[in-house]
Design a protein around this ligand. Sequence first.
Ligand code: NAD
Length: 175
Amino acid sequence: MRGLLVGRMQPVHEGHLEVIKRILEEVDEVIIGIGSAQLSHTLKDPFTAGERVLMLTKALTEKGIPASKYYIIPIQDVACNSIWVAHVKMLTPPFKCVYSGNPLVQQLFKEGGHQVTIPPLYNRKLYSGTEVRKRMLEGKDWESLVPSSVFEVIQEIDGVSRIKQLTIKEVNEIK
Ligand code: NAD
């Protein structure tokens, strides 16, 4: 059986890896949709879909999860929520159950006739993309919230400088 998890993963953090490990206790294979794939270079969505694929692939390898257990598929947003489930299904291998902590994702897949499971959150106060990005901006410890392979990818792409530059850009746009 195959399960689906969709997330923006801006960036990939330890909470995502915990939930993926948990899903793989219940299903044979997990499809991981990289949501809002078209977005990058904003404070809320700083990283490209390709960079997020890289982070996730390296982190899954670091955690010892074999490549035969997952599919990583970038998924762009669509303007109409009512057709999003069909759009996701067009892009992904077939799946039975959906895992999501996001109420809109849960609602859309339930209405589409899918079995939806709400996985437990692991230390959500710390393990959240918002917290990681905030700490990057404030120069605080964010490294401990992400797998070390994700830290290396963010170093490689100079991700912290990008976020800091984006603050300057967005402040200038307000002026
Ligand atoms: P996210 O990266 O915040 O979270 C993804 C999932 O990871 C969550 O549902 C949760 O199950 C898990 N998770 C996150 N932190 C965790 C933690 N600490 N412990 C355990 N699990 C944790 O992403 P998201 O915002 O839920 O992503 C939804 C995506 O779906 C977005 O890209 C959104 O745009 C897309 N979407 C698009 C449409 C559309 O295009 N019309 C409609 C609905 C949703």
